[in-house]
Design a protein around this ligand. Structure first.
Ligand SMILES: [Zn+2]
Length: 349
């Protein structure tokens, strides 16, 4: 993605917003036809790139813009460079992209890899960010305000009406959801777009059962055309899958948790569940020691367990969370970036 001034025609690689000379809003310009014009083979492993050999490609688009990209696949100079989906898109696919500066670009890419979403002026959209603690965004505890804002921008760009978008949350502990919404700065984003935040605890719940499991699920889920699970990922956890539990009634969830493991609850909930898209933030990622590692990634999938599994692979966690042990990484189709390109021992550094 490049950014061009409509007046002086200067082009920037960074989304600096306005042209520093003309003070005009820069236009976003996508690269359509990309060619390899340079290649270096790297054989020495480093902290952030432990898997060798890999290749650093210099790429050029049809407008003469150049940039570099890491690749595990060897290419030749002059090759056309494109990332495509292999075969049919299934609900099992996990898409990954690297975000350098522009979160919106990352969102566009991963959704494109999954196959386009149907969005129009009538589509009712329910967004569920991670919202669990009243803390500042730099702790990477809640979904970041930038990620939520970029998601809303994406939906607007695709034709959704702001009045049809709801940003939801629910507290499962003693902390009022309003406090978390304010401190995380997610409330500010909603206010900026005049979106009413929705406390799921105040909605009606619908009873659904599966075997011995009796669930009470917010009726908002069944009144929406598109559900976007918008978690921030954390190392060693199943952040994407866990977040969906927030659609349950608090008392119902706590009751189930008393009797069953999260693994059993999730397994049964998935059986009766509706389709939802998980769009997961993995730019700044919390490690088990609560320090933050910078991965600069975004993941998307219609299968949240697959997404959590691929993230565990990328972040090289030593001990897989219990729920993921049965999810085989070999069986998951992955598009966008390759796991080997992104892997490093994030727990250590
Ligand atoms: Zn200019």
């Amino acid at each position: 993605m490049f950014y061009k001034c409509p007046k002086c025609q200067k082009v920037w690689q960074h989304p600096i917003g306005k042209c520093p000379e003309c003070f005009l809003e820069l236009e976003r310009r996508k690269s359509e036809k990309i060619r390899v014009i340079g290649i270096s083979k790297v054989t020495i492993p480093t902290m952030f790139h432990p898997k060798v050999p890999y290749f650093v490609l210099v790429l050029e688009d049809e407008k003469g813009n150049k940039w570099v990209q890491k690749s595990v696949k060897e290419c030749k100079i002059g090759d056309e460079f494109h990332v495509t989906r292999k075969g049919n898109v299934t609900l099992e696919v996990v898409a990954i992209w690297r975000i350098k500066y522009d979160i919106l670009e990352g969102i566009e890419k991963v959704i494109e890899f999954l196959g386009e979403l149907k969005i129009d002026t009538q589509t009712k959209i329910l967004i569920l960010p991670t919202l669990i603690a009243p803390v500042h965004p730099h702790f990477a505890e809640n979904t970041s305000p930038q990620f939520l804002e970029s998601t809303i921008k994406y939906l607007e760009e695709r034709g959704a009406k702001l009045e049809n978008i709801k940003v939801s949350g629910q507290s499962f502990d003693e902390i009022p959801i309003e406090a978390s919404a304010q401190k995380s700065q997610l409330l500010k984003v909603c206010q900026g777009y005049k979106i009413m935040p929705l406390d799921l605890a105040k909605t009606n719940f619908v009873k659904k059962s599966e075997g011995d499991f009796s669930f009470e699920i917010s009726e908002e889920v069944f009144n929406s055309d598109l559900i976007i699970n918008l978690p921030i990922l954390k190392m060693g956890k199943i952040s994407a899958t866990e977040n969906i539990l927030k659609f349950l009634k608090k008392e119902n969830y706590l009751g189930l948790k008393y009797l069953y493991s999260d693994e059993e609850i999730i397994k049964n909930l998935n059986k009766i569940f509706f389709r939802y898209l998980t769009l997961a933030e993995a730019q700044s990622v919390q490690k088990p020691d609560q320090f933050v590692a910078h991965l600069g990634l975004i993941f998307a999938s219609f299968n949240s367990l697959n997404l959590d599994r691929v993230f565990a692979e990328v972040s090289m966690v030593k001990e897989l969370p219990k729920c993921l042990k049965k999810v085989k990484i070999e069986d998951i189709p992955i598009v966008g970036r390759k796991v080997e390109e992104l892997q490093y021992e994030a727990e250590k550094y």
